[in-house]
Design a protein. Structure first.
Length: 378
């Protein structure tokens, strides 16, 4: 059945426009005027009542949601629950994220993600954040889980049968050759929890590194004679950087510097969301450690940051106030940019003909009212 979204302000590549969006077989068939005869012929009409129609948000770093932590339950059912929790806030595509754990648990997560990519609306693959990290920048990760990236681990990381696999690693803890092998096998490689030098990161970028996980956090900073990971990230022109815009993980001024350096088309909003997102319970256990949400921030008993209680609607809202970008730009940083990073920019992240009908209806204050994945409502 042809569905027409009418009477809304549609966010197109050129900005907001009073257009109708036609959807058929889960894809956008046209973005057209209300007077188009095809609109009248549509068997199903959805009146947006003058509100915004946005491309669905894509979150590449989702540790949990709805009271579920992916590390505790690396299953299809957990991915479904996490996706449902984040969908309430406009996320229509996501990577369930496993922080540093044993290879057996990583294998379970990858297998579940492959099945979920075929069964769970919005599941796009999996993000394996660690355990190939540097203890000097461990953050909340358990260093007892850290290990070298050997042949066994490489085989595991290249075993995903469906969807995208993103791995966060510390480039200095492996070799450019191993990074090249991962990238050559279709794995998306990002640097994070790394104390690498500028030179080590440049070598990794040449080998196939294409991303930086939560820029500024858990990585060697930019200094005058030691540019570090941050310097390499800001100096590069081709890679993408995930940023947490909650006002706590990174000072807004630092993020504005990154924005001026790299541009909005290379910065992705991420939540690094934990089980508290979409849940009334604001405490949980992370690998045996008690985590609490304090003033909107997830911390352990020592005050170490442990992900966030941030949702993507909030991240978009924060980007407009903390980074000073307009709403279309903030939405692009939450949709089209991560889609391009994942190699899915040809079908996700835009409201345009041929794209999957992943759509969000929102108020001017970014309250999410409805969402559709492949044209199917939530």
């Amino acid at each position: 059945m042809l569905t027409a979204f009418i009477n809304g302000r549609v966010l197109t590549d050129a900005g907001f426009a009073d257009k109708a969006v036609l959807v058929e077989n889960g894809r956008i068939s046209a973005v057209t005027g209300a007077e188009d005869p095809a609109v009248a012929r549509a068997g199903h009409k959805i009146d947006l009542c003058g509100q915004m129609l946005l491309p669905g948000f894509i979150d590449i770093q989702v540790n949990g949601g709805g009271g579920v932590l992916f590390n505790d339950q690396p299953t299809v059912e957990a991915i479904r629950a996490i996706g449902a929790a984040h969908r309430r806030f406009g996320t229509t595509g996501f990577l369930p994220t496993l922080i540093s754990d044993d290879l057996e648990r990583i294998g379970e997560a990858i297998a579940a993600a492959g099945r979920a990519a075929a069964e769970v609306p919005g599941a796009l693959g999996v993000h394996i954040e660690g355990p190939f990290l540097n203890q000097e920048r461990k953050g909340i990760h358990d260093p007892a889980k850290f290990r070298r990236l050997d042949e066994r681990a490489l085989q595991l990381l290249t075993s995903l049968e469906r969807g995208r696999l993103l791995v966060t690693l510390a480039p200095e803890m492996t070799t450019p050759e191993m990074i090249a092998r991962l990238a050559g096998a279709g794995v998306i490689v990002a640097a994070g929890h790394t104390d690498g030098t500028y030179e080590e990161i440049v070598a990794a970028l040449k080998a196939g590194l294409t991303g930086f996980t939560h820029l500024f956090n858990a990585m060697s900073p930019l200094a005058t004679r030691r540019p570090g990971v941050v310097g390499a990230a800001l100096d590069d022109t081709k890679s993408w950087c995930g940023i947490i815009v909650d006002g706590s993980h990174v000072a807004p001024a630092a993020l504005r510097v990154a924005l001026k350096t790299r541009g909005a088309d290379k910065l992705m909003l991420v939540t690094d969301g934990m089980p508290s997102v979409g849940s009334e319970t604001k405490t949980f256990l992370l690998q045996g450690r008690a985590i609490s949400v304090v003033d909107g921030i997830c911390v352990d008993e020592n005050g170490v940051l442990a992900g966030t209680d941030l949702d993507m609607a909030g991240a978009v809202r924060n980007a407009t106030t903390m980074l000073g970008v307009d709403l279309p730009t903030a939405v692009r940083m939450a949709s089209r940019v991560p889609a391009e990073f994942l190699g899915l920019g040809h079908e996700l992240g835009r409201i345009a003909p041929g794209y999957r009908a992943d759509l969000v209806r929102a108020t001017d204050t970014m309250e999410i009212l409805e969402s559709w994945i492949g044209g199917e409502p939530n």
